[in-house]
Design a protein around this ligand. Structure first.
Ligand code: K2U
Ligand code: ZN
Length: 166
């Protein structure tokens, strides 16, 4: 398995819209395994293929305390949503920046698993936030894009400072 490089803003590749996966092969399964290893090492609770410069619709998630409940989602799509939550978010591609983002509190996500089986998962709370955050990445959207112009400007200014201080 390999640790992958995670793209960070202002890298414009993070704005790329990912393509659907049409064939599930060993390369896709190995990429998912490498993304899980990279996510756990970061550490994070989610990672989208966009963030490792692979522009296909693949996300990995694990919000469990024990880090032993990995989810691998191919071609994920939110098919139902309800409620609103305002959860503080961070992002492995936007290091050191945190902000509250309004998102649906409950989602039903439809996706293909690595065996090619269509799955549907109902999620609330942090898992729902993470699913929406990762699917955003596949659309070329980062969580800062949900902020007001002023808040985004301040965040990007802080990001530039974090990069200089690093
Ligand atoms: O996409 C990513 O960069 C992974 C995020 C996912 C995430 C962001 C906000 C809220 C939930 C999930 C990273 O996991 S950010 C690091 C992190 C770690 C633990 C809890 C929340 C955020
Ligand atoms: Zn992110």
């Amino acid at each position: 398995m390999s640790l992958l490089n995670i793209l960070t803003l202002p890298d414009s590749r993070l704005k790329t819209v990912a393509e659907p996966i049409t064939e599930i092969n060993d390369e896709i399964k190995q990429l998912a395994a490498d993304m899980l290893e990279t996510m756990y090492a970061a550490p994070g609770i989610g990672l989208a293929a966009t963030q490792v410069d692979r522009h296909i619709q693949l996300v990995v998630i694990d919000v469990s305390e024990e880090k032993n409940q990995p989810l691998v989602m191919l071609n994920p799509e939110v098919i139902e949503q309800a409620g609103i939550q305002n959860h503080e978010e961070g992002c492995l591609s936007v290091p050191g920046i945190y902000a509250k983002v309004k998102r649906a509190d409950q989602v039903v996500v439809s996706y293909l698993d690595t065996e090619g089986q269509q799955q549907e998962l109902s999620a609330t709370g942090l898992l729902a936030v993470c699913i929406q955050h990762e699917i955003d990445h596949l659309k070329g959207i980062v969580f800062l894009d949900h902020l007001s112009v002023l808040k985004r400007k301040l965040a990007l200014k802080k990001l530039a400072k974090v990069a200089v201080d690093a």
